[in-house]
Design a protein around this ligand. Structure first.
Ligand SMILES: Cc1cc2nc3c(=O)[nH]c(=O)nc-3n(C[C@H](O)[C@H](O)[C@H](O)COP(=O)(O)OP(=O)(O)OC[C@H]3O[C@@H](n4cnc5c(N)ncnc54)[C@H](O)[C@@H]3O)c2cc1C
Length: 429
């Protein structure tokens, strides 16, 4: 039987919720995690960056992750479809080389490890249970929780963390959600067996293929390879389904070669309009963490990183607010400012990726002033280290200047495609 009072209720048992719950339970608070799916469950978001590993090591769950046997990822490779331009950002060659390892993970297993960790520290975890409603009262938050086919129960807490992912439970209910109109992309993705493997220490790289109209991810997992295509809506002349994806994939030499002998391991899935923010990230007794707060296009694999790092920060803010030693409003607005800053820094990079002048430079980074190393650190999840930030600013200025001056070789077809897509989206409006 579910108790009816906790210090903290966490909506969602994904990476953000599991980490926040684990940290609060470790501190001694009573925590309830309500997760509507039954675990293990499929989730997209399979390519981690070293920043995730660094956070998880600090939380004491590093050993479980290292010992699982996930595919080891040492670099992110970017390549044009004809392989004429190739750039491999190796995490050890960065301004933060200590963090040089990440993993490609089956999220069903990865998320289970994190949720088990929260449970082992004392969090009460209810899977197959859904928060359907919440009320803010002066001294408490009251949630309606439905378990399976059963009746709804009212459960109260002193604090609520919304880590409900793209469902954005609170932001949708309070009308706070704002689509990122500059990143109205569609993703179509599937798993394949039998793709041609890459050897050596590049075997676990994520490969990002720069299709003129968007980009593809190739993520090697233990049993399958995950392939996905992301592009603005205007790039999809037809319905983005399995047939569309296979047809387009076969037109690109680098993918045709790698996936020539491959077979689909399941139907393609589609996600659309998944980049958004929230007008507010905190209330008097609640805060948003991970995707429930904001989501950036996945080109730099930052989602799980923002999830786990905001989970830790959220737990710190809530623990501080619960002790009552500091005004909770100040703690919560500091949390919101921290989150907004992270999204701003990575948002600038992600938006840049959709502009030819940025991508041209990104594919020809200079080591002068250690700009290449700074970009690598950002890709690893350390964009906010002061040394990295300073150099990233220089890199971004150079990318802007690269529009009118030719500071780097041009990738073929991208400017024409960008103009074509802009015309396409203008006629569709
Ligand atoms: C196409 C695409 C590709 C991506 N690729 C990558 C990648 O390669 N690398 C990367 O790092 N990230 C990637 N991401 C992002 C990544 O999937 C997310 O950022 C990450 O899962 C966020 O974690 P979270 O804990 O905030 O949310 P989630 O992992 O989504 O967890 C939220 C949980 O809340 C539960 N929930 C929702 N509503 C309720 C409710 N009312 N009651 C109870 N439970 C509820 C859900 O069932 C879910 O389990 C990608 C995203 C997309 C769309």
């Amino acid at each position: 039987m579910l108790e009816d009072r906790f210090d903290v209720i966490v909506i969602g048992g994904g990476p953000a919720g599991a980490v926040a719950a684990a940290e609060l339970a470790r501190t001694g608070y009573s925590v309830l995690v309500v997760e509507k799916d039954h675990y293990p469950r499929f989730h997209i978001g399979e390519s981690l960056i070293p920043g995730v590993v660094a956070v998880l090591e600090e939380l004491g769950v590093g050993e479980a992750i290292h010992g699982e046997g996930f595919v080891r990822k040492y670099a992110a490779e970017f390549v044009t479809p004809d392989c004429a331009f190739r750039q491999r950002y190796v995490f050890s060659d960065s301004l933060t080389p200590r963090h040089h390892l990440a993993y490609q993970v089956e999220r069903a297993r990865f998320d289970q490890i994190l949720l088990d960790h929260a449970r082992s520290l004392g969090a009460v975890v209810r899977v197959g249970a859904e928060v359907t409603h919440f009320d803010e009262e002066p001294d408490a938050i009251v949630c309606a929780v439905r378990e399976g086919e059963g009746d709804e129960r009212r459960v109260s807490s002193r604090f609520l963390i919304d880590a409900s992912g793209q469902h954005s439970f609170i932001a949708r209910r309070l009308g706070l959600r704002q689509l990122d109109l500059g990143l109205r992309n569609v993703a179509v993705y599937a798993h394949f067996t039998g793709a041609v493997p890459i050897g050596g220490d590049q075997a676990g790289d994520i490969t990002v293929v720069l299709d003129p109209e968007g980009w593809w991810w190739v993520i090697p997992l233990r049993e399958v390879v995950s392939l996905g295509f992301v592009a603005p809506k205007a790039a999809f002349a037809g319905k983005p389904d399995t047939a569309w994806m296979l047809r387009r994939m076969r037109e690109l030499p680098v993918l045709a070669q790698r996936f020539g002998p491959a077979e689909l391991a399941g139907p393609a899935r589609v996600a659309a309009d998944y980049s958004y923010g929230s007008r507010r990230l905190v209330g008097a007794r609640w805060l948003l963490a991970g995707d429930a707060a904001a989501f950036l296009d996945p080109v730099f694999s930052t989602g799980v990183y923002l999830g786990v790092s905001s989970g830790v920060k959220a737990a710190e803010a809530v623990a501080g607010a619960l002790t009552g030693n500091q005004p909770s409003a100040a703690l919560l607005s500091a949390y919101a400012a921290w989150f907004e800053q992270k999204v701003r820094v990575y948002g600038e990079l992600v938006r840049g990726f959709y502009r030819p002048e940025f991508t041209d430079l990104f594919m020809h980074p200079t080591s002068a002033m250690q700009l290449r190393q700074a970009v690598t650190s950002a890709l690893a999840g350390f964009a906010e280290e002061p040394e990295v930030r300073r150099r990233l600013k220089t890199f971004l200025s150079a990318a802007r200047a690269n529009r009118d001056q030719v500071l780097s070789p041009r990738l073929p077809g991208r400017r024409e495609a960008a103009a074509r897509l802009q015309r396409g989206s203008a006629t569709r409006k």
